[in-house]
Design a protein around this ligand. Structure first.
Ligand code: NAD
Length: 348
């Protein structure tokens, strides 16, 4: 069922992702971006002009209080929690960029506020929504895997450190590649495994390359002394049912590819690889190597916003359930704690 009434959206954080979301919102019939908010007036002015938005705000509390149905949060990570809570307190449905928060306690506060306000809360894990991911998930859910007992996921880059904005600031971002790209790899992989019951994590999150003077960065110059977060993280996660997952995330690693994001999910009957959709199966004593054909053509950010809009209009649960996001954030928070203590951390 499609919307009969208009859905009014306010975008908070008008940088890179604010623009990506705005484009997707504007493709949906019956949606109007009625407000935009950014800490920088030059950025909010340019955004308002580009997307034809009437109301401009510098203060997120004022943006959250304006007459709208949805607050779409695209600020740096540290502003997610205040923006999400302000939106929910003002009875807005809230979509928020990843990572939803840095600590599980913040996610729990958001979930409580969402229940109290009777409004949706969703983290923008767009990778679940692209055609390749949807095609693979459908195949896995078709029952071909047997028991899923292991997965490997990595999102590693060679010299692609995001040198703009707030990414290398611990205060503004809460972490480096672990919460930046690691959150994508982890969310996607746990979703493909169909397993959101992690019980422990052991991990490391050092900064090994990015602080070296004179280091080359494909994404532009930065001051190594400003690098406050890890440039590499790796973790080993155990699940309640005995399954396990190994995770790697890096902005700077000496690898062949400029950037490589891969997930392998292994079951007792089949192994599958994202995003190439390769399959290895044994059937009647014969090993076959195949490929899932014709996944739907879909751009993740756009489909994610269509799905969130559909949930708002048709009163459905959030397409990315906050309980699943909480499990993901528990793992990442545990990985950092494990790095600090040098021990496996229980998530129970
Ligand atoms: N899903 C994805 O593919 C993807 C890709 C990149 C970034 N992200 C996420 O999106 C978020 C934003 O990243 P970006 O690349 O757009 O960053 P960006 O620096 O391009 O934009 C962030 C904007 O927020 C503004 N801002 C900062 N604090 C604010 C506040 N308190 N109130 C209002 N505005 C504020 C900044 O001035 C800036 O214009 C981050 O959480 C990041 O992790 C997601």
């Amino acid at each position: 069922m499609m919307a009969s009434r208009e859905v009014r959206v306010v975008v908070v954080g008008c940088g890179g992702m604010g623009g990506v979301h705005a484009k997707a919102w504007q493709k949906i019939e019956g949606v109007k971006i009625v407000g935009c908010c950014d800490a920088r007036s030059d950025i909010v002015d340019a955004f308002a002009e580009k997307f034809g938005v009437a109301n401009k705000f510098k203060d997120l509390k004022k943006a959250a209080a304006c007459d709208a149905d949805v607050l779409d949060v695209c600020t740096p990570n540290s502003a997610h929690t205040p923006a999400v809570l302000a939106g929910l307190a003002n009875k807005k449905h809230v979509l928020c960029e990843k990572p939803l928060a840095i600590t599980p306690a913040e996610v729990v506060r958001m979930m409580d506020a969402s229940r109290k306000a009777r409004r949706l809360l969703m983290c923008a894990q767009h990778m679940r929504f692209d055609g390749v991911s949807q095609g693979l998930k459908k195949w896995i859910d078709g029952g071909h895997m047997g028991e899923v007992y292991y997965a490997r996921a990595w999102h590693n880059r060679r010299r692609l450190l995001p040198a703009w904005g707030a990414f290398i600031s611990k205060k503004a971002s809460g972490g480096g590649p672990c919460v930046d790209v690691g959150v994508h790899a982890l969310d996607l992989t746990m979703w493909l495994m169909g397993n959101f019951e992690p019980v422990s994590v052991s991990g490391v999150a050092p900064c090994k390359i990015a602080k070296k003077p004179g280091i080359y960065n494909t994404w532009g110059a930065y001051k190594p002394k400003d690098m406050e977060v890890e440039d590499f993280a790796a973790g080993f996660i155990r699940f309640k049912n005995g399954a396990a997952l190994s995770l790697e995330a890096s902005w700077m690693m000496n690898i062949h590819a400029r950037s490589e994001a891969v997930t392998w999910v292994y079951g007792t009957n089949a192994g599958v690889k994202w995003p190439t959709l390769e399959i290895v199966e044994e059937k009647n004593g014969i090993i076959t190597e195949g490929k899932i054909d014709n996944p739907p053509e879909a751009e993740g950010h756009e489909v994610e916003i269509v799905a969130f809009h559909d949930a708002v209009v048709n009163r459905k649960p959030a397409p990315v359930p906050p309980e699943q996001t909480l499990a993901v954030i528990k793992v990442l928070d545990g990985l950092y704690r494990s790095h600090k203590t040098g021990r496996e951390v229980s998530l129970r």
